[in-house]
Design a protein around this ligand. Structure first.
Ligand SMILES: NC(=O)c1ccc[n+]([C@@H]2O[C@H](COP(=O)([O-])OP(=O)(O)OC[C@H]3O[C@@H](n4cnc5c(N)ncnc54)[C@H](O)[C@@H]3O)[C@@H](O)[C@H]2O)c1
Length: 382
């Protein structure tokens, strides 16, 4: 039995009843991870596309699972310990709030939502319910991502004052086959900025303790998404270009409380190999975190620490940390952390109090782009 399973396992001999809302792409990763826990039963599935939830049940051999046509009918009829919400971004807030109102613990896929109003409503519902709402940032369970936070917290860097972060893909707009849920305004709401930008922001902000953002000057663009040539060799290239209604690139300069400045850029598509590594500059040392070719919120190689020693410039490589045989997969750790929080009554492994700040920055970039100027960021009281 893996540590992850033990972590999410029960001590009371109880079987946890889980539902999955939205049985598209990422629900498969949730399901595979749930199946590694012997004390978990996925008892209910919902999808608004007719037949999709049943096909999912058939694929995973869930012969006893109850099938529903939407989130509300599932939540109205089932007594659940927890639910994975795996719907597209515009359907994050509604099902999450309804699940919390029904007294169900929620593991919500990232990004948290689309607008700040939604984020605030979700957190108020969480507070009122007393239930767990955790957001699905699996890089939090990656040892090398955790190492970034450990390095900052160890004091090796001194005071952190500047961060350059982001990530990019040369051609990585997530539209393939018939799938357009990431690129349509009505389903995704925000593009690369929320989809993969939320990971870059979380990597750095989590490491430095999520200071409050004060102002943001940002913009977003869609030069590639609206061009059929971007989707070369794809039979639906013309359709994708026509339906593309979000951003494929965003950049911003963000002032954070405590004198920290964040330079951010994110791309689903661009004419360069990488928009650069993440660098964290501190008064005692600087840290370089190599970017991945196809940004997905992980480290692209060993990190390097740069500092002065006895008057000389030195560089130290931080070796990549490997998972042990009993650690479970990243997804088992993500799902395990949710199950563990259900069992113990919390806290949420990736709390909304932090992700609200992530969402506020994304929202600030959207507003700044719309207004064509720097905007202030207000974090409402929950
Ligand atoms: N953590 C990760 O690594 C990761 C990876 C991919 C996607 N995601 C996130 O997961 C979410 C879903 O992505 P996906 O690739 O699975 O999308 P998808 O379009 O393949 O699946 C979403 C499903 O939700 C269904 N749905 C929408 N509203 C619903 C409702 N009210 N009730 C029931 N079903 C509903 C849709 O019909 C669809 O089948 C997105 O927010 C995305 O950002 C996370």
């Amino acid at each position: 039995m893996t540590a992850a399973i033990q972590n999410g396992g029960n001590t009371a001999g109880k079987t946890y009843k889980i539902g999955i809302i939205g049985t598209g792409g990422i629900a498969h990763s949730h399901m595979k991870a749930y199946q590694s826990f012997p004390n978990v039963e996925v008892v209910a599935l919902a999808d608004i596309v007719p037949g999709r939830a049943q096909a999912f049940a058939d694929e995973f051999g869930l012969t006893n699972a109850h099938i529903y046509n939407d989130d509300k009918s599932l939540l109205d009829h089932e007594q659940l310990d927890g639910v994975s919400i795996c719907t597209y971004n515009r359907q994050h807030a509604g099902p999450t709030i309804y699940a919390l109102e029904k007294g169900v613990n929620v593991l919500l896929e990232k990004p948290m939502c689309v607008t700040m109003d939604e984020a605030v409503a979700m957190m108020r519902a969480e507070k009122k319910s007393g239930k767990i709402l955790t957001v699905g940032f699996q890089p939090r369970f990656d040892k090398n991502m955790q190492m970034i936070k450990r390095i900052v917290e160890s004091g090796e860097l001194g005071k952190v004052y500047y961060i350059q972060t982001g990530g990019g893909r040369r051609r990585g707009i997530p539209a393939y086959g018939n799938k357009t849920s990431f690129i349509e305004e009505e389903t995704a709401g925000i593009g690369a900025l929320a989809d993969i930008g939320c990971y870059s922001l979380d990597m750095c902000l989590n490491a430095i303790g999520y200071p409050k953002p004060l102002t943001v000057s940002g913009f977003k663009s869609d030069y590639f998404g609206k061009d059929p040539k971007t989707y070369k060799n794809q039979p639906n290239a013309e359709l994708f270009a026509e339906k593309f209604g979000v951003d494929d690139f965003a950049g911003a300069f963000i002032r954070l409380e405590g004198g920290v400045y964040l330079d951010f850029r994110i791309a689903w598509a661009m004419n360069i190999n990488t928009p650069g590594d993440t660098i964290i500059l501190g008064t005692k040392a600087g840290l370089r975190i190599p970017s991945t070719d196809c940004w997905n919120g992980t480290t692209g190689g060993p990190m390097t620490l740069y500092r002065q020693m006895a008057g000389e410039s030195v560089e130290e490589v931080v070796p990549l940390l490997k998972d042990g045989p009993n650690d479970g997969t990243l997804w088992e750790r993500k799902i395990g952390s949710f199950l563990h929080a259900i069992e113990t009554g919390g806290p949420a492994p990736v709390p909304t109090s932090q992700i609200l700040i992530n969402q506020a920055i994304i929202d600030g970039i959207v507003r700044s782009d719309a207004e064509g100027r720097e905007v202030e960021i207000q974090i409402p009281e929950i």
